[in-house]
Write a protein that binds this ligand. Sequence first.
Ligand SMILES: *[C@@H]1O[C@H](CO)[C@@H](O)[C@H](O)[C@H]1NC(C)=O
Ligand SMILES: *[C@@H]1O[C@H](CO)[C@@H](O)[C@H](O)[C@H]1NC(C)=O
Ligand SMILES: *[C@@H]1O[C@H](CO)[C@@H](O)[C@H](O)[C@H]1NC(C)=O
Ligand SMILES: *[C@@H]1O[C@H](CO)[C@@H](O)[C@H](O)[C@H]1NC(C)=O
Ligand SMILES: *[C@@H]1O[C@H](CO)[C@@H](O)[C@H](O)[C@H]1NC(C)=O
Ligand SMILES: *[C@@H]1O[C@H](CO)[C@@H](O)[C@H](O)[C@H]1NC(C)=O
Ligand SMILES: *[C@@H]1O[C@H](CO)[C@@H](O)[C@H](O)[C@H]1NC(C)=O
Length: 416
Amino acid sequence: MASLSSPHSFTSCMLFLFFLYLSCFFNNLNAKHDIANNHKHQHRHKHTQNPPSNPRLYRAFLALQAWKHVIYSDPKNTTSNWIGPSVCNYTGIYCAPSLDDPKQTVVAGIDLNHADIAGFLPEELGLLCDLSLLHLNSNRFCGILPTTFTNLTLLYELDLSNNRFVGPFPSVVLSLPSLTYLDLRYNEFEGPLPPQLFNKPFDAFFLNSNRFTSSIPRNLGQSKASVMVFANNKFGGCLPESIVNFADTLEELLLINTSLSGCLPQQVGFLYKLRVLDFSFNNIVGPIPYSLAGLSHLEQLNLGHNMMSGIVPMGVCELPNLENFTFSYNFFCEEEGICKNLTSKRIVFDDRDNCLPEKPRQRSKKECSDNLERPVDCFELCCIEDGFGKNVTAGSVAIPPAAMPVSAPIVAPSFP
Ligand SMILES: *[C@@H]1O[C@H](CO)[C@@H](O)[C@H](O)[C@H]1NC(C)=O
Ligand SMILES: *[C@@H]1O[C@H](CO)[C@@H](O)[C@H](O)[C@H]1NC(C)=O
Ligand SMILES: *[C@@H]1O[C@H](CO)[C@@H](O)[C@H](O)[C@H]1NC(C)=O
Ligand SMILES: *[C@@H]1O[C@H](CO)[C@@H](O)[C@H](O)[C@H]1NC(C)=O
Ligand SMILES: *[C@@H]1O[C@H](CO)[C@@H](O)[C@H](O)[C@H]1NC(C)=O
Ligand SMILES: *[C@@H]1O[C@H](CO)[C@@H](O)[C@H](O)[C@H]1NC(C)=O
Ligand SMILES: *[C@@H]1O[C@H](CO)[C@@H](O)[C@H](O)[C@H]1NC(C)=O
């Protein structure tokens, strides 16, 4: 499934970067160790509760001890060696030379992925102001992010996925100037998304499987995101035309099961770098925009489980990199040209439960004619998205037909 496979390539890339980063840590650490060990030998007779002499490591020590104090279950004993001042030796804690003063060792990364720890994030974590990476995937942390996170000005990757965090969107992340990768999926966050989120220069955000509710703001700013995954939230509203602002970077857009309605704007077809596009399990109506024929890198296209209708356009079926095209559970009534026989193009497809007269496993004649009696006029269909209302009404306000950009990127430039 696209939703599972797509973050993978991204993750492996990030992992690679992470290891590169760690190997940097370790190279630097080896050098540091010699100094640190000599230092320790001299002080061996002193008891081990001496605080670290480096003030930044001392602050990290305070932060990690406060954290350990609010961990109430650690079934894999991950934090059992979080004792004493040598914080760089704690499991999951990674030290590196400070960016502003390479002579000082600081805590730069925390990786407690899959530790199954239950507990909270205490305010004292704000003392870890040298932190670049915080990976807490697959634990049982609950509660909210402390506001002291604003102190983590170097934080670059924040992965809180698959925990039990609750409450509104943790707006404190919007104040982090270095944040590039935000993963909040599989938590219990709820309520509206702050519109500023879409204007942050994040490379990737994963918000799927929470309880976010607001529609996507109509005036999206310039984003640098290459991956946006919003599946399984109750957004509502339409996909705004301003999604085109993401064209220069967006490679994966997954909006599965997000209560989207209205028609797909033709601007989706101008996201010329897309490899994965998945709108399945929504209430989208209207046709497949012909502009999708411009998505020359597209590999996975899933429009299944909507209420779309009209023709499946040949231009989409002829996309050079298309591997898997799902449009089942809609009301399409005609497949143009090669779309009739995607097998001949070795494209995996699913066209079940439409109104395609020559295909097996289609909807009943009655269902199809009932749907035909309710024609969709995308230009008349208006989404109420001001503020964060979520509603779709037909006809009340006429919006002008979307203007076609002068030079639609039909042939996408190649990118590395
Ligand atoms: C094709 O895509 C559908 C929908 O995302 C998915 O369920 C299916 O497993 C995919 N098939 C292959 C062979 O990738
Ligand atoms: C964790 O430590 C406790 C007490 O020292 C021990 O009983 C338990 O077996 C350890 N668990 C693991 C997974 O090492
Ligand atoms: C920290 O780890 C290093 C390398 O594994 C080891 O030599 C050193 O004794 C450890 N320090 C403490 C205080 O445990
Ligand atoms: C924020 O970091 C500074 C050091 O840069 C530290 O002195 C201060 O106590 C931290 N604030 C909080 C709330 O942790
Ligand atoms: C859609 O998301 C809701 C939560 O918002 C979830 O309960 C439901 O099972 C999801 N449906 C599908 C088909 O995944
Ligand atoms: C689809 O194309 C394949 C190979 O080109 C061919 O064998 C098959 O008969 C075609 N199926 C239909 C329904 O035309
Ligand atoms: C949407 O608008 C209709 C008509 O104005 C109203 O009856 C309905 O309650 C609204 N739904 C929501 C979720 O606001």
